[in-house]
Design a protein around this ligand. Structure first.
Ligand code: PHE
Length: 499
């Protein structure tokens, strides 16, 4: 039989014999740890009506460490008295000779045991006895209380000893246990679960079952957690949706050079198209299905110009445009979507956004990985100006909680004018670059077939930078990759960008 049940039963037997008992007394009698008895009583109480339990608080006096020392070796005043010889002693000498002499001395003087004599002709003060011998009552009292907390010492004195930090009052909790309505001498541990075996054997008929504890906290279910990037993405997405943008399909990590570069009027000798900057795909190495009626116009604008442009004047090669790569920006998606828009019978204004992964063959460091996420927005409409772009960017960043935005002229092959976006970083105390933007060039839009008076304004930024700022990470490897702390992912809070 398990030990715990045996103990429950011995407690029940004790109760049966005595009718009622106190847990502290019982523990003292058995020489058992009080908490262990309390544990058994509590589990009996949990059975229902077997026992009745009532808490009692109990105060008693206990000697402090100092009080115990006084009970053993005498009070400070008695020690000082004993150190004074019948012929008296120089006060300074006395004070140096006895520990705690200051307290002991003033007590001994106020008890009338000692006095101080100042020699008439000057010189050191002397301490002399006023009585032959003394009774150390304090020690006697404390020794008595040490033997029995109920010793006969007046409350007034106890309070005084408490003030002297010799005695302390201690509150203890114990329980008075009496028989309950369903008192029994043998307890069976109630079952917590109804098992198939109990049903099969019919044992369930005679078993007692633990009542449901509806107040118990459940086991937290195992579940997945959103990575911080996904939380911040959800916020960006919400902002775009609030502003009336719709999301572009970004499910194309592998893209042709054509859509990633050529359609964006990025010349084929451009350094970004180098293997040092771009990951080219070796299998399949090329895209063969490029839009047949659009492609010649792209070739034309690059090589000989047109649409009001003189072009770059070089020998544009189809093989270069066919090369597959991991897209270096989501502007490749924007190009596809704008081309598709141009195919519609009648032009209609659109507002598009995307948030997805892009890849760059970069040197890795604390803030750069070979892949990151781009947030991109564009608006296509008639007669849009740089003013519209600045206005919409201001509005967008205001929703992110960024009020101070500045623009700096920049260069992109596919936008003119182009602007880098800076925001004031209060923590760093300087303007930091947060994005890039511009008005798509006619060399990009007109070959697609968009009407001449249609302008497209666009901007892009990374998802990682605001996420790292928001979640106070200063190394991108703490956000992506094998070093990510999964506990960080599990416990980081939801994201509200404007708070
Ligand atoms: N494609 C640009 C980049 O990768 C961002 C951008 C988007 C710039 C749209 C201008 C317009 O940085």
């Amino acid at each position: 039989m398990p030990k715990e049940i045996a103990s429950s039963e011995s407690v029940l037997h004790h109760l049966d014999q005595h009718g009622t008992f106190n847990t502290q007394d019982y523990a003292n009698n058995l020489g058992e740890d009080h908490q262990k008895i309390v544990g058994i009583v509590k589990s009996l109480e949990g059975l229902g009506q077997v026992v009745q339990v009532e808490q009692v608080t109990h105060k008693h006096w206990e000697l402090t460490d100092e009080g115990r020392e006084v009970a053993r070796a005498g009070s400070h005043e008695a020690k000082v008295f004993d150190a004074v010889p019948p012929e008296g002693i120089v006060q300074a000498e006395l004070m140096a000779a006895v520990p705690n002499a200051k307290i002991g001395f003033s007590k001994a003087v106020s008890c009338g045991w000692l006095r101080v004599e100042k020699p008439a002709g000057g010189g050191a003060a002397r301490v002399c006895r006023r009585v032959q011998s003394v009774t150390d009552v304090v020690r006697l009292h404390l020794a008595a209380l040490c033997d029995s907390p109920t010793a006969d010492v007046s409350d007034k004195l106890k309070l005084e000893y408490r003030k002297r930090k010799l005695l302390q009052e201690v509150t203890s909790k114990s329980y008075t246990v009496s028989k309950g309505a369903e008192f029994t001498l043998s307890v069976e541990k109630p079952e917590a679960d109804l098992t198939p075996e109990m049903i099969a054997s019919g044992a369930w008929r005679t078993k007692t079952f633990k009542p449901y504890n509806f107040a118990a906290l459940g086991v937290p279910p195992a579940r997945g957690h959103l990575h911080p990037l996904l939380k911040v993405r959800a916020e960006f997405r919400q902002i775009f949706l609030e502003m009336g943008f719709s999301e572009m399909p970004t499910n194309r990590y592998v893209e042709s050079s054509f859509w990633n570069f050529d359609a964006l009027f990025q010349p084929q000798q451009h350094p970004a198209r180098d293997a040092h900057d771009t990951f080219f795909v070796s299998d399949p190495a090329t895209s063969l299905r490029l839009p047949a009626e659009y492609l010649p116009r792209v070739q034309q604008v690059h090589s000989v110009g047109g649409f009001g442009s003189q072009g770059y004047g070089y020998d544009w090669k189809l093989e270069e445009a066919q090369k597959n790569l991991l897209r270096t920006h989501t502007t490749a998606v924007s190009a596809r979507m704008l081309h598709r828009l141009a195919q519609e019978k009648e032009f209609r204004p659109v507002k598009y956004f995307s948030i997805d992964r892009v890849f760059r063959n970069e040197t890795l460091d604390a803030t750069h990985l070979a892949e990151f996420h781009q947030v991109e927005g564009l608006v296509a409409d008639r007669g849009l100006t740089l003013g519209h772009l600045m206005g919409i960017i201001n509005e967008f960043f205001k929703k992110l909680g960024i009020e101070q935005v500045r623009f700096k002229p920049a260069y992109n092959p596919y936008t003119e004018p182009s602007m880098e976006i800076f925001s004031w970083h209060a923590g760093l105390g300087r303007w930091v670059e947060i994005g890039n933007s511009g008005v798509f060039r006619p060399e990009m839009l007109l070959p697609m077939g968009l009407p001449e008076d249609v302008n497209v304004i666009a901007w892009g930024l990374s998802l990682e930078r605001p996420t790292m700022i928001k979640y106070k990470l200063d190394n991108i490897r703490d956000l992506c990759g094998h070093r990510v702390n999964l506990q960080m992912v599990a416990s980081n809070p939801i994201c509200r960008l404007d708070k």
